[in-house]
Design a protein around this ligand. Structure first.
Ligand SMILES: Nc1ncnc2c1ncn2[C@@H]1O[C@H](COP(=O)(O)OP(=O)(O)O)[C@@H](O)[C@H]1O
Ligand SMILES: [Mg+2]
Length: 348
């Protein structure tokens, strides 16, 4: 039977042939490597249940069987036991093979796009940070000169009421100095050792609950089977604290009580910053606050981007720097009522 489709065997694209009942009759080698499943195990299986329930795919399948058009479902999720679902694009084509009228082409489009986007963002952010560091460095020296001169000038002033002006210069120089120092992080070499992520989360939880006494609840949904992580505990506390504190601020700023969920899970076979890892830890910080303001959504990890009065815009930038030190990624998905910050860190 499969011999009929020998020509498809060596196509670089993953191709599956279905019979009129939408049962898999053939899967080529590219399908095996894309899905990580042996062709043997796919053949004989109904096509639809291989994916997360998806109305578009179901309709495309039914339509292709009656009409002779091609149909595509842009975003279907192939279910893999013990792993995160694999996002795919699926194109269905009607063919003329006897009893096997359907050809399904599968492509990992979403994943590729997402990976490319992730890499581009990381590159941009590194360039950004570099620029800001250099700038901060260049401003520090003349600033010291300004402050010192104002001090000298102050000593020479014979009318005390003029000191008001030199004091403004000195105080503003100090304020700038503090800002520049914060821009010039990271401050110390990392101290790496084995650590338990849930200890990090419990620390953050108690710190944030102490700071936000009213209106914010923090729920924990931990996977207790997660192995130890190797990393810098203080850095991770700082990174997660910045994220959770933002969530608490967003909630209290919204004027209604709300809750934050800290969720941990294990992920298998993930690619982070181009590197493949057998096992990774996923941490989600979920809040039901008003969401990240639309106009800054794409830029919140950049330094100096803030949507709050009095915000420095450095919290997420620093969090990202620390997560990247750990070869992990941090991303955000936000709409009013549900904001998710997702941190993925390689394990082992
Ligand atoms: N959970 C969240 N909900 C809504 N907005 C958020 C959330 N987390 C971050 N933000 C937005 O991202 C901005 C940048 O955060 P951050 O880098 O920590 O700087 P800062 O907190 O100093 O403003 C915040 O000012 C806020 O507008
Ligand atoms: Mg912040």
């Amino acid at each position: 039977m499969a011999a009929d489709f020998a020509a498809l065997e060596y196509l670089p694209t993953a191709v599956v042939v279905l019979d009129e009942h939408a049962v898999v009759r053939f899967a080529n080698q590219a399908t095996e490597s894309l899905l990580g499943a042996a062709a043997r195990s796919l053949v004989g299986q109904a096509f639809l249940p291989l994916f997360e329930a998806d109305a578009a795919l179901e309709k495309a399948l039914a339509d292709t069987l009656v009409t002779h058009w091609d149909y595509s479902a842009q975003n279907v999720s192939y279910l893999r036991p013990g792993r995160e679902p694999l996002p795919l694009a699926c194109v269905l084509t009607r063919i003329d093979a006897p009893d096997m009228p359907l050809l399904a082409e599968l492509r990992p489009i979403e994943q590729q796009l997402r990976q490319a986007r992730e890499e581009r963002l990381v590159g941009e952010q590194q360039a950004n940070r570099e620029l800001i560091r250099n700038l901060a460095h260049e401003i520090k020296n003349p600033l010291g000169g300004l402050r010192g001169s104002a001090q000298l000038l102050e000593r020479e002033l014979d009318r005390p009421e003029l000191r008001e002006y030199t004091q403004v210069i000195i105080q503003e120089a100090d304020r700038l100095q503090t800002l520049l120092d914060r821009l010039l992080t990271p401050h110390r070499p990392p101290r790496v050792g084995p650590l338990v992520i849930h200890e990090v989360l419990e620390r953050v939880r108690s710190l944030v609950l102490a700071e936000f006494v009213r209106g914010v609840a923090i729920e924990c949904d931990y996977d207790p089977s997660l192995p130890d992580l190797v990393g810098d505990k203080e850095q991770l506390i700082q990174a997660v604290l910045n994220v959770v504190r933002n969530a608490a601020q967003a909630i209290t700023g919204g004027g209604r009580p709300g809750s934050i969920t800290l969720r941990t899970r294990a992920l298998r076979q993930v690619t982070l910053l181009r590197q493949r890892h057998r096992l990774a830890l996923e941490l989600q910080v979920i809040d039901d606050g008003p969401g990240v303001p639309q106009d800054i959504r794409d830029r919140i990890f950049n330094p100096l981007v803030s949507g709050r009065d009095g915000g420095s815009g450095l919290g997420l930038s620093l969090a990202q720097t620390f997560i990247h030190y750990h070869r992990g990624v941090i991303e955000c998905d936000s709409r009013p009522g549900r904001t998710v910050f997702r941190i993925v860190l390689p394990l082992a």
